[in-house]
Ligand binder design. Structure first.
Ligand code: HEM
Length: 183
């Protein structure tokens, strides 16, 4: 039997797949975003288009992951000191909120210009909104802030994971690689 859903002991394949898919997409989008930021309008145009297209894949994946995360049984927490546990929960919530903010403000920052969203030159998603300069600026602003909190949050998250993998060796790291046996 493939363990698709989460149990008290750990994550199922769907949670594991969504976690790593979102990780790869968010890191790629971050790197591409930083890149075209430095290039200016003309030179950055094709990277920006790539960012938007991959971004739309991330919209679907991130929303699916968050929905799945909140409908699944919450696997039991690691046996960490309370302060570390609190920090890990804050970091995980921070990551969820930051990625949610990014996938909401990304599309809205385009649609508030009245422009359609072009996905790999294959699909054009027409703007459901009127052009709105103030909302556009606000969306860009939040997108930038959310993307800049991402790096420290990811760093803390990875440090925590490595602590479990290298120091604690308590199975917490392995839980995100393969489903844990019930017990
Ligand atoms: C979920 C992960 C995402 C990450 C980590 C990310 C990261 C970034 C970064 C680092 C920048 C450059 C800094 C700035 O905001 O000025 C940027 C800009 C931008 N992103 Fe994203 N982004 C994500 C999702 C999206 C999505 C889903 C869309 C839309 C489909 C999108 C559309 C844009 C646009 C249009 C800009 C340029 C804003 C401007 O011209 O100033 N992003 N993003």
């Amino acid at each position: 039997m493939m363990a698709l859903t989460d149990t008290r002991a750990g994550y199922g394949w769907i949670s594991i797949a969504l976690h790593w898919l979102v990780a790869v997409l968010v890191i790629a989008l971050f790197l591409i975003g930083e890149q075209f930021e430095d290039l200016g309008r003309e030179a950055g145009a094709s990277l920006r288009a790539l960012h938007v297209s991959i971004g739309m894949i991330a919209v679907v994946t991130v929303l699916a992951r968050i929905a799945w995360r909140f409908t699944q049984g919450n696997p039991k927490k690691a046996e960490d000191p309370r302060l570390i546990l609190l920090l890990s929960i804050l970091v995980q919530w921070g990551l969820i909120l930051a990625t949610l903010a990014l996938v909401i403000t990304g599309p809205l920052s385009i649609w508030t210009t009245g422009q359609p969203i072009d996905v790999f030159g294959m699909v054009q998603l027409a703007s459901p909104l009127e052009r709105n300069r103030e909302l556009h600026e606000a969306m860009e602003e939040i997108h930038e802030v959310a993307s800049s909190v991402l790096l420290p949050l990811v760093a803390l998250h990875v440090l925590g994971a490595l602590k479990h993998a290298v120091l604690d060796r308590d199975g917490i790291f392995m839980r995100m690689l393969r489903p844990a046996r019930e017990g």
